[in-house]
Design a protein. Structure first.
Length: 216
């Protein structure tokens, strides 16, 4: 898609993502297709392609581009998968997933954010994304099991329902609190009835609320 931010988007991919060693052609292709600035509210729009997370209202943020790329790449999507995202926020991550997988269910707790994301995703013809309002710490059992689950808010621990909704050979990528105010971005793989965990990076996300989220 060519728009007036196209050159900025190319630069973002080179300077922030490829330069950090992430060179996944399918993921970078999807990122180059999605107009990130449309997911950023007007006052911050000129900062859309900066190397930082940005406020999207309701105290929430759209993740830093590199983190979106890293989490997406970890899912190793081939095109036919069924994916669950917890924390729709602006809908940006869901739009990226839309280019890479078969069917995406994304769950958002705040109805206003879900409504805005739903409109924008429809406008961009991301027709394989379904936006649900609800507590995503419980997953979305109606469409389970999922080949991949991506959580874009920080959990205090691995939420059991998400593990239960993983398909065999499925993977979950999720920031898990590490006790120092940051979180460990963790990949959980489910294979032959066993789960294994691998830590990818230290990250800072807004808290996951809900039953398996942070207690207030
Ligand atoms: N992926 C988003 C960024 C998410 S920010 C994007 O691309 O823009 C984290 C989001 O998680 C916020 O919108 C917050 O409202 C939502 N959230 C927090 N707890 C949740 C829960 N239990 N269920 C669903 N959404 C939740």
């Amino acid at each position: 898609m060519t728009d007036r931010y196209w050159a900025e988007r190319r630069r973002m991919i080179e300077d922030q993502i490829r330069r950090r060693g992430l060179d996944d052609a399918r993921v970078l292709g999807a990122i180059s297709e999605v107009p990130r600035h449309l997911f950023v509210p007007q006052p911050a729009r000129d900062a859309s392609y900066d190397d930082t997370p940005l406020a999207i209202g309701q105290g929430q943020t759209i993740s830093q581009p590199y983190i979106v790329a890293l989490m997406t790449s970890t899912l190793e999507l081939r095109g036919a998968e069924r994916v669950l995202e917890v924390g729709t926020g602006s809908g940006y991550q869901a739009a990226i997933l839309s280019h890479l997988a078969g069917e995406i269910h994304t769950v958002e707790l705040v109805p206003e954010l879900a409504a805005r994301a739903r409109r924008l995703l429809a406008h961009l013809k991301c027709d394989n994304v379904v936006v649900h309002v609800g507590d995503g710490s419980l997953g979305w059992p109606e469409a389970a099991p999922y080949d991949s689950i991506i959580v874009t808010a920080a959990a205090p621990a691995l939420p059991a329902p998400l593990i239960e909704q993983l398909a065999d050979h499925g993977r979950l990528v999720i920031p898990v609190a590490s006790g120092n105010g940051y979180q460990l971005l963790t990949v959980v793989r489910f294979e032959g009835g066993r789960i294994s965990e691998q830590v990818l990076a230290s990250v800072a996300f807004v808290p996951l609320r809900g039953k398996f989220g942070v207690r207030r």
